[in-house]
Design a binder for this molecule. Sequence first.
Ligand code: ACK
Length: 321
Amino acid sequence: HSDNTVLSEYEVDSDPKWEIERSKLTLDHTLGEGAFGEVYKATWKQSDTNDVAVAVKKLKVTAQEKELIDLVSEMETFKIIGQHDNVLRFLGCCTGPGPLYVVVELCKHGNLRDFLRAHRPKEDKPKKSSQELTDYLEPRKTTETENVELIPNLTQRHLVQFAWQVAQGMNFLAEKKIIHRDLAARNVLVGEGHVLKISDFGLSRDVHFEHYYRKRGNGRLPIKWMALEALDSHVYTVESDVWSYGVLLWEIMTLGGTPYPTIAMPQLYNTLKEGYRMEAPHLCPQEVYQLMCGCWQEKMDERPSFKMIVDYLDWMLTMTN
Ligand code: ACK
């Protein structure tokens, strides 16, 4: 029996190459949920002696056809693009009788935004030297951090390495002609060894302004990551992903700050159109700030490509070795 009366009428094409036997998967607990989907930590019994911890994405009973199409198209994208260290890895799926399960690698440190915020100083902790980046913005709440294995003495160099990893993953996707459309720190996951993985990509859905203007469950608004042309003409290209990458870079350098904290949403478009851009984050190297500003050029062809971003960050990391 299916747990959804509407979606049970749909059949997802099965693909023997990727099919995982449903009975080999045990859903342990939820890692997080949105309005229509949820992600579980699960155990995949690959053999009698080999249990692998994985993540399983599935739809909630409230999901509609559109969400099923999104999940299926994300899975199809996964299948065609192949593997990269900085892109979340697809392991297989359950398409047989029952709900669709999309099985992906488990990223034990959760999303990059919360991971970065966990590195902010605790409210009660005295400030340390500025080298250690501990004198940052608002203090974190202790509840955000409990299960995260922190990087001791996180430095600017770690942050630039994070930026480099995301650029590598995006360059790979760009080469495969995949446009992400929702690149933000909340959609980058932190895996074993603090390797960053781009996730939630390849949604081939038609995104309209109205959908994006709406506040999401977590209260953060994707509008703040969108390029001018995506805001005014719904134009999504690799260059609009580069704009979002600039905002993600700002999130990294502020340890998970919320972009445009002083600008009300309805004013954002006009403010950007008039040429306003966010200031350099506190302690942000000038070279990194210039890169952000490059990503936020109004003219799409004046923004750097992901390849140029990778090379630029490579150069920065070599210079400051
Ligand atoms: O911060 P989080 O734990 O990271 O909260 C969200 C939540 O599920 C909803 O997306 C987490 N999540 C998503 N995919 C994975 C994954 N592959 N490994 C670990 N956590 C994941 C995400």
